[in-house]
Design a protein around this ligand. Structure first.
Ligand code: CMP
Length: 136
């Protein structure tokens, strides 16, 4: 039985800066994801703070928000069967050092902060994150 879902993906500043956005988009497509909507934007620190509000109490929150706002990013709505989990598997572990072979973070990630991509961690958060960037 199919279970088509949508999830939010962000290609982060470290990857866009290295012109890896098209290469990463191709990886998503090759792995069966449909890019339903996408835009290249740069956000304000205040918007990054709203986006990452769930991490508000973490010691890395301030740096994380400053980083997401530090340069252009590509935000995408990805669609596929079980997209939330499939995207998390394709991205690999948060820390590129721990990411498995053939994952995006293993291939391109520089550090736990500059880990090249973000993906929603649950279907509920996917809906919230998609609305955050694409609801007009
Ligand atoms: P992301 O999937 O975008 O969600 C939150 C981000 O916080 C995460 O990727 C990492 O880039 C960043 N981060 C920095 N330090 C940590 C940490 N110790 N644990 C988890 N995430 C961290």
């Amino acid at each position: 039985m199919s279970n088509i879902e949508q999830t939010l993906s962000i290609i982060k500043p470290d990857a866009v800066e290295r012109n890896l956005d098209n290469e990463i988009k191709e990886i998503f497509k090759k792995n069966g994801f449909k890019i339903v909507q996408e835009k290249k934007i740069q956000i304000e620190k205040s918007e990054a703070e709203k986006f990452y509000k769930v991490h508000e109490t973490k010691p890395f929150y301030t740096d994380l928000c400053a980083y997401l706002a530090s340069g252009p990013i590509v935000v995408m709505i990805l669609e596929k069967d079980n997209a939330v989990l499939a995207n998390r598997e394709l991205m690999g572990a948060t820390n590129p050092k721990d990411a498995k072979e053939n994952t995006i973070r293993k291939k391109y990630g520089i550090s736990i902060d500059k880990n090249s991509v973000h993906g929603s961690d649950s279907l509920d958060n996917a809906k919230i994150e998609i609305d955050f960037f694409f609801k007009d």
